[in-house]
Design a protein around this ligand. Structure first.
Ligand SMILES: Nc1nc2c(ncn2[C@@H]2O[C@H](COP(=O)(O)OP(=O)(O)OP(=O)(O)O)[C@@H](O)[C@H]2O)c(=O)[nH]1
Ligand SMILES: [Mg+2]
Length: 435
């Protein structure tokens, strides 16, 4: 990819809108800016209202232009922002004018790639940016923002620096006499390595919670047929999405919706009731229910309160919900939530319990790195190397040093300090055009 080319993209959303923002990034864009605003002198970071004209001096649109001078811009290059009216025809016309000027449309993630090469962002920051652009709920926004603003990078950087230092000391032990090195250095670096190993393991254990914040908590309504799962699903949603009937086996496929509960994104699924069946389609539905249970962060196990249930306690990550409590003969099960999908009683309490479960699951994520799918395996590799280092023979410091160095390289890959092309491509391709 030629980095000298001037690129442009629509940075605002597609479709009809009041204002569209088109960004142009390249080197020495001062003259182009001067032409756009028809002024010789101008200041960076100042909004100029102008009649933007094409090469034949026909008016394209009345726009606002801002010039960001390198290196004080998102990409670290010169950037021009054009704020035009948001009509698709205006955007098209500006694009064809920019193409005439010899600029080309950016590929997805190309702006961020340039920001990375110009040391404006590391890969952990870009992961955060990608998550922020996807954020639908407030917690997702907070979590992504933390990564994007470099909080995660600082932790990774500190880990990596310690590993490099440990590895260097271990290597030095081979070349220097004991009295030339700090006292007890062997023991000190082993202890430090163990501590790093513990910290990384703790971060890895939070992966599920971070993933749940980023992609949503999977909550599945399960139970026998006719207990009122679909009715509860509709009651929680406040809308009639799933079909309800008194025929057992009504729901045959998984019906899912996304909800915002207390700022957390929740994927709520209604499933086919569990029972022995010979019906081929219902069997497939029941298989799907099983895989929903496996993927669920939380299961709402629904029981019909009018029937004798032989369940007395909830499993881990399960809430027992006794439905049809409006009917008289409800038997008592400890720790279960009593609701009526019909009258709506108890639904609020159920939502409160769901909120509590989510907040317990996410509590541990507050102050550490947001491990995502890309960083997960790199952190795992680093943990394995550190473990190998601490288990290496006491006197064999060259092997120890090599394992810790490799762990440092894995952390380097998270930040992009050490990059493989595939890692970079995967990271940037998460982003949309104009970022
Ligand atoms: N009285 C009363 N009836 C209910 C309540 N919830 C559901 N029902 C009735 O129970 C029957 C079954 O409800 P569904 O919501 O379809 O049950 P389901 O668990 O989804 O059933 P399947 O999809 O067949 O597994 C319907 O006739 C509902 O009207 C409730 O809280 N009280
Ligand atoms: Mg149903």
């Amino acid at each position: 990819m030629n980095n000298n080319e001037t690129i442009f993209a629509l940075s605002s959303g597609h479709g009809k809108s009041g204002v569209a923002v088109i960004r142009i990034s390249g080197t020495n864009l001062g003259q182009v800016f001067s032409k756009f605003i028809n002024k010789k002198d101008f200041f960076p970071r100042r909004a100029y209202f102008t009649n933007l004209k094409d090469s034949e001096h026909y008016l394209i649109d009345q726009v606002i232009c801002i010039y960001f001078q390198a290196p004080h811009s998102f990409t670290g290059e010169d950037i021009i922002e054009i704020h035009s009216h948001g009509a698709p025809a205006v955007i098209e016309k500006i694009f064809s004018y920019l193409t005439e000027l010899g600029f080309r449309m950016a590929t997805p993630g190309e702006f961020s790639r340039r920001a990375f090469y110009n040391n404006k962002m590391d890969l952990a920051d870009i992961d955060g940016l990608a998550a922020l652009l996807d954020a639908q709920t407030d917690k997702q926004r907070q979590n992504a923002l933390k990564s994007m603003l470099g909080t995660d990078s600082k932790i990774y950087e500190a880990w990596r620096n310690q590993m490099i230092e440990i590895s260097a000391y271990a290597a030095a032990m081979l070349d220097y006499a004991e009295d030339e090195l700090p006292a007890n250095i062997g023991e000190t670096i082993r202890k430090k390595t163990e501590k790093l190993h513990e910290e990384i393991k703790a971060s890895l254990s939070r992966y599920t919670a971070v993933r749940a914040i980023r992609s949503g908590f999977n909550i599945a309504l399960i139970g026998e047929t006719n207990v009122g799962k679909s009715s509860l699903f509709n009651a929680i949603l406040g809308a009639n999405r799933a079909i309800v009937s008194d025929i057992p086996g009504t729901t045959r496929d998984v019906v899912s919706v996304q909800l915002d509960i207390d700022g957390y994104l929740v994927n709520l699924s209604d499933t086919a009731g569990l029972r022995e069946t010979t019906d081929t389609i219902e069997k497939i539905g029941i298989q799907r229910t099983q895989s929903e249970i496996e993927n669920a962060n939380l299961v709402l196990h629904v029981i019909d309160g009018t029937k004798d249930a032989n369940i007395s306690s909830a499993k881990e990550n399960e809430i027992l919900v006794v439905n049809k409590s409006d009917l008289a003969s409800c038997k008592k099960i400890p720790n279960a939530i009593y609701v009526s999908a019909k009258t709506g009683s108890g639904i609020k309490d159920l939502i409160e319990v769901i909120k509590e479960k989510i907040s317990t699951l996410t509590k541990t994520t507050e102050s550490t790195v947001a491990v995502n799918a890309r960083t997960y395996s790199l952190l795992q590799d680093a943990a394995v190397e550190l473990n190998n280092a601490t288990n290496s023979p006491k006197e064999n410091y060259d092997i120890f040093s090599e394992h810790v160095r490799r762990a440092a390289d894995n952390i380097g890959k998270i930040l992009g300090t050490i990059t493989a092309t595939e890692v970079m491509d995967a990271t940037f391709s998460q982003l949309c055009l104009g970022k």
